[in-house]
Design a protein around this ligand. Structure first.
Ligand SMILES: NC(=O)c1ccc[n+]([C@@H]2O[C@H](COP(=O)([O-])OP(=O)(O)OC[C@H]3O[C@@H](n4cnc5c(N)ncnc54)[C@H](O)[C@@H]3O)[C@@H](O)[C@H]2O)c1
Length: 366
């Protein structure tokens, strides 16, 4: 009798991953990797040994895979890929070091501190020929993927008007801990500690979120603001001089106008991303407070009555899944590994233009 058993699918090619920077966000990387068959966490590195050890223990990384020296990790660990989850100032040096050692790299956002730095990172990625992606993590949301595909497919006609915002409230609300006593929040408020403020921290996300469907930005006029937060605006070693709020007025390459804004002072919204795209033949609207797999559409006959319908989307692969799939796919995978370092660098260029615009009071062409 012929067997009714399904043929066994071959085991996925193993991918061994190291994580550098084992603070808050590194846990999310570890959890996402754990969900991908065939991925093994083999090393953890942090300048704080106790933190790296606790992280390794929590995520099943062997004790001999714990490092405080990243160069040593690159020499000694059998890892194929590195997740760089260090503070922003270390993204460029450590990612370039990993690429030079022939590793694949998934780097946290912002890709670097400025466009010059991120161009060097993108060049290092091209030279290494490995997979190099930036973790614009809201690409993981299926609603954004669906909206981008439909806008780029021309379903709302010519784009005319875009509204995008990323609102956080950790400066007014203790839900995520007390920023006054937590180094993980304080470095984000201090330029000397490598922070580019809310614009560099989550502004990068909303610029990627908006321009993924809407296309590149041609020019920007930006206003940034740093509000007083402590006596002499200082807590210990941290000078609280990085921007907390940013408002961008943009023109897209396709001619549409847009308003993009972000703040850490959005009392009532712990973490809300919203996007509206209005075209000549329809519109899409997304609000993460209402769900990350659902968006609203005003299309076809509904345009005449300004009626909106909810659209639920099926899950799409997340960045970590795409990163691992690209590594497994070899050369073909590298081309599809989005968002890559070139994309991270393109977003950084917009950020540089925002800082220039805020400093000069002028619109800056990109
Ligand atoms: N994609 C997202 O949605 C998202 C969310 C949160 C944070 N992030 C990014 O992740 C990065 C880390 O953020 P976090 O909240 O985990 O910060 P964190 O301060 O909690 O952790 C950073 C860790 O890096 C370690 N570190 C510092 N310098 C190092 C070095 N040279 N080598 C090795 N380790 C070093 C610190 O000791 C700390 O343990 C930041 O770039 C942040 O922008 C991204």
């Amino acid at each position: 009798m012929p067997s009714r058993r399904k043929p066994k699918t071959p085991a996925p090619k193993p991918v061994r991953v190291a994580i550098v920077g084992t603070g808050g966000m590194a846990n999310r990387h570890a959890e996402l990797y754990r969900q991908i068959p065939g991925v093994e966490l083999v090393a953890a590195c942090d300048v704080d040994r106790a933190r790296a050890e606790a992280f390794a223990q929590k995520h099943g990384i062997p004790a001999d895979g714990v490092y405080t020296d990243f160069a040593k990790l690159l020499r000694a660990s059998p890892c194929d890929a590195v997740s760089n989850v260090t503070p922003d100032a270390f993204h460029a040096p450590l990612s370039i070091q990993a690429l030079k050692a022939g590793k694949h790299g998934l780097c946290e956002k912002p890709l670097g501190l400025d466009h010059a730095e991120t161009r060097r990172m993108a060049a290092a990625a091209r030279k290494a020929g490995t997979v190099a992606m930036v973790n614009f993590s809201y690409r993981d949301w299926s609603a954004l993927q669906a909206i981008a595909a439909r806008v780029l497919g021309g379903e709302i006609g010519e784009l005319r008007h875009v509204e995008a915002s990323y609102l956080q409230t950790w400066l007014t609300c203790p839900l995520w801990g007390d920023w006054r006593t937590s180094p993980g929040w304080l470095w984000r408020l201090s330029q000397k500690h490598g922070s580019k403020g809310v614009l560099g921290d989550v502004g990068v996300h909303i610029v990627d979120f908006a321009t993924y469907p809407a296309g590149p930005i041609k020019s920007v006029f930006a206003k940034l603001k740093t509000f007083p937060k402590a006596p002499k605006n200082r807590i210990g070693e941290y000078h609280l001089d990085a921007n907390d709020s940013a408002v961008l007025q943009v023109e897209f390459a396709n001619g549409a106008l847009g308003a993009i804004h972000t703040t850490r002072w959005a009392t009532g919204h712990p973490n809300r991303l919203a996007l509206k795209l209005h075209g000549t033949r329809g519109a899409f609207s997304f609000d993460s407070d209402l769900g990350t797999d659902t968006y609203r559409a005003c299309l076809g006959p509904d345009v005449a009555t300004a009626a909106w319908k909810d659209v639920k989307t099926a899950p799409t692969p997340n960045n970590h899944q795409r990163f691992i799939a690209a590594i497994r796919a070899g050369a073909a995978g590298r081309a599809a590994a989005q968002p890559d370092f070139d994309r991270g660098s393109e977003i950084q260029r917009v950020l540089d233009a925002c800082f220039e615009s805020d400093a000069t009071g002028r619109t800056v062409r990109i």
